[in-house]
Design a protein around this ligand. Structure first.
Ligand SMILES: [Zn+2]
Length: 373
């Protein structure tokens, strides 16, 4: 695994998780090693922290030129007042925008989250939020469903069973139901700028992926693993190459660095895993022939299956690595509005205190103290 063997291009990683501010130093080191200059940090709902918004704000405060941030919704402060939810979610995205968030991140359509939160994405509760996001031109990184094999016990990988992501027991929404919620939202809001994370989990069906992109001209896909995506491309390498050529303006680089430390405070970023996943994605885009899967992501290896490189030209790589992202998010990250960001974090800390019935040492509290000093 040699990053110096890869091409020297301007790279934005559009999909990185930073649940705790203490991971910032690890992330910086890894980015330097991988020659990645700019990041989009995506914040998700988190039962212990409400969201990672404070952590990503802290990182952006320290890296104003190179960090875009996409905020997560607060589902906790609104729970006691269901009738006010529609307005509350719209207010939240407006407050994020005003505080300097560049985009919104939604994990709410991942089956496990969709089952737990139980709010249809195309229903009346989120309707004012979608209208606000569309009106503000705020891009959305949206995780919808998961690979189809996660619903099928015979094809479901062991590590998925072990993570509790098997959805075939009848208690989870079906993949098609989740996808149809997306169709409804995009049909109602044709100007929404959405990046469907993980290739919208359509890598096994490129005809369908093409039909979707044709029907929704403002939608893009990101290349964040699911490693199944890279095996699916390799199984139809010519078709995948043709797809990347035809849709070169609609595909965005991302890696999911940091996803494995979500919910694990005090755990450092796993350097081998971070570099390994990034190397596979980049090598698959840039190189030809068989791609070695590094030890850091050895759980991706499959018996009798290989990942093959697409060997895309620089002109296409520049779009996937940079231009398609900045086309949606702007040439440079938005400046933080520090007073508004601090106010938002203080509120989050107070909600966590109220939930615990006493003051708690939350990330929100920690970042608040850091930012006002
Ligand atoms: Zn992710």
């Amino acid at each position: 695994m040699d990053f110096d063997s890869l091409r020297r291009l301007d790279i934005v990683d559009s999909h990185i998780h930073l649940p705790f501010p203490s991971l910032g130093a690890d992330l910086e080191l890894a980015l330097n090693e991988m020659h990645i200059g700019t990041v989009n940090l995506v914040s998700t709902p988190d039962p212990k922290e409400i969201s990672h918004n404070p952590a990503v704000i802290a990182y952006k405060a320290a890296h104003p030129q190179t960090a875009y941030i996409s905020g997560g919704l607060d589902h906790f402060s609104v729970q006691a007042h269901p009738a006010e939810m529609p307005q509350a979610f719209a207010d939240q995205v407006r407050a994020m925008h005003a505080a300097g968030f560049d985009g919104l991140k939604l994990l709410e359509s991942k089956p496990i989250a969709r089952k737990m939160i139980n709010i249809p994405l195309d229903g009346p509760i989120y309707a004012p939020m979608w209208a606000a996001v569309e009106e503000m031109g705020m891009p959305v990184v949206w995780h919808v469903a998961d690979p189809e094999e996660f619903w099928d016990r015979d094809r479901c990988p062991q590590w998925v069973l072990d993570s509790g992501w098997f959805y075939g027991d009848g208690s989870y929404p079906l993949k098609e139901e989740l996808n149809s919620e997306v169709e409804n939202v995009l049909t109602r809001h044709p100007h929404l700028k959405v990046i469907l994370a993980h290739f919208f989990f359509l890598s096994a069906d490129l005809n369908r992926a093409a039909a979707f992109l044709d029907a929704h001209p403002n939608a893009c896909f990101d290349l964040t693993p699911g490693s199944e995506m890279y095996f699916n491309f390799s199984a139809n390498l010519d078709a995948a190459h043709a797809f990347f050529t035809r849709y070169q303006d609609r595909i965005i680089f991302g890696t999911d660095i940091g996803a494995s430390v979500v919910g694990k405070p005090g755990t450092p970023l796993d350097r081998a895993e971070t570099l390994g996943r990034t190397f596979v994605v980049r090598a698959c885009l840039e190189n030809a022939g068989k791609i070695e899967i590094p030890d850091g992501v050895k759980h991706w290896r499959r018996p009798n299956q290989e990942i093959q490189g697409l060997a895309l030209p620089d002109a296409i790589l520049n779009k996937i690595y940079h231009d398609n992202f900045t086309h949606l998010y702007g040439e440079t990250p938005k400046p933080l509005n520090l007073p508004k960001a601090v106010e938002m974090i203080a509120f989050q800390a107070s909600v966590l205190d109220a939930m615990a019935g006493k003051p708690v040492e939350s990330t929100a509290h920690q970042v608040y103290t850091q930012l006002i000093s």
